[in-house]
Design a protein around this ligand. Structure first.
Ligand SMILES: Nc1ncnc2c1ncn2[C@@H]1O[C@H](COP(=O)(O)OP(=O)(O)O)[C@@H](O)[C@H]1O
Ligand SMILES: [Mg+2]
Length: 266
């Protein structure tokens, strides 16, 4: 593996059950320092790819190399160490409602390090500062907006200075302004941490503003990949349909069915 690559997914196939393949021979590369999008419709396998990278589930075939190490060859102990260098913002990842903003961000530091409380305090305030919410440290989650809560979750996911950041639909449910703020924060934090980020999303316009590269998935396969510019110029009907959010195209709105007149006896 060349040294520019932090993470590579090679000929990976996976199914939650042996009968049904969810990912079918996936190949992806993630360059150090880059922000890469995984895009595709609901059920196309995006979250499953993140789970495989975090080694929460094992592939049936293929491998995932992180810094040259196959993550699925590691012992439990080694995996635990590895995960400390991964930051995850889970889909619908909520804050602890009974902890204030400060304690939410401090949580992973208190759980996973032996740092003295004075140092934790400085680290938490720095992370909150990075997302523009140092002034909100003493507020409770119920006292802040949805967009702010997402920024706190972002600060929490970077608390341990991860090398690899994975965001699963970080824009879900946000208004356009908060969405733009989170998108740009993801880019800024990636630079500040010297990290590599993977962004699962289907908000094409905002994503294309901040990513270096994107993979488009459909039905457990990579159907297209490239820089935003390359994908934007694609004439592949499936890619065009996805990027334009059109209902009509090769990906059908209707699940296959017989004629409705016949079924209704008309
Ligand atoms: N824990 C699970 N057990 C069985 N099937 C699952 C599980 N999680 C997801 N799936 C199935 O795997 C497919 C891909 O899911 P997922 O990776 O969550 O897609 P996406 O994140 O792109 O919406 C879907 O068909 C989904 O129903
Ligand atoms: Mg998902």
């Amino acid at each position: 593996m060349d040294n520019d690559t932090l993470l590579s997914i090679e000929s990976l196939s996976f199914g939650y059950t042996p009968e049904r393949l969810i990912l079918d021979n996936i190949n992806m590369k993630f360059k150090r320092g880059s922000v890469v999008a995984l895009m595709g419709g609901s059920g196309s396998g995006k979250t499953t790819v993140l789970r495989l990278i975090g080694a929460q589930v094992r592939p049936q075939k293929g491998r995932i190399l992180l810094d040259g190490t196959d993550v699925h060859s590691l012992s439990k102990q080694e995996l635990y160490g590895l995960r400390r260098h991964m930051g995850m913002l889970f889909q619908f990842g909520a804050l602890f409602t009974d902890l204030n903003i400060f304690d939410n961000v401090a949580f992973p530091l208190r759980e996973q390090t032996d740092l003295p409380e004075t140092m934790i305090r400085d680290l938490v305030l720095m992370k909150l500062h990075a997302v523009g919410l140092r002034g909100a440290a003493r507020l409770m989650p119920s006292e802040i907006s949805g967009g702010m809560a997402r920024r706190v979750a972002l600060a929490r996911s970077i608390a341990l200075d991860p090398h690899l950041l994975m965001y699963d639909e970080p824009f879900a449910g946000l208004d356009p302004i908060s969405l733009g703020t989170i998108a740009h924060l993801i880019r800024t934090l990636n630079e500040a941490l010297g990290a590599t980020s993977i962004l699962v999303t289907h908000d094409v316009a905002e994503t294309f503003e901040i990513v270096d590269y994107a993979y488009v998935m459909s039905g457990g396969r990579v159907i297209a990949e490239g820089t935003p510019k390359e994908l934007g110029a694609s004439t592949d009907p499936q890619v065009v349909q996805f990027l334009n959010g059109r209902r009509d195209g090769p990906v059908k709105f209707h699940y296959p069915a017989g004629p409705i007149e016949k079924e209704l006896g008309l």
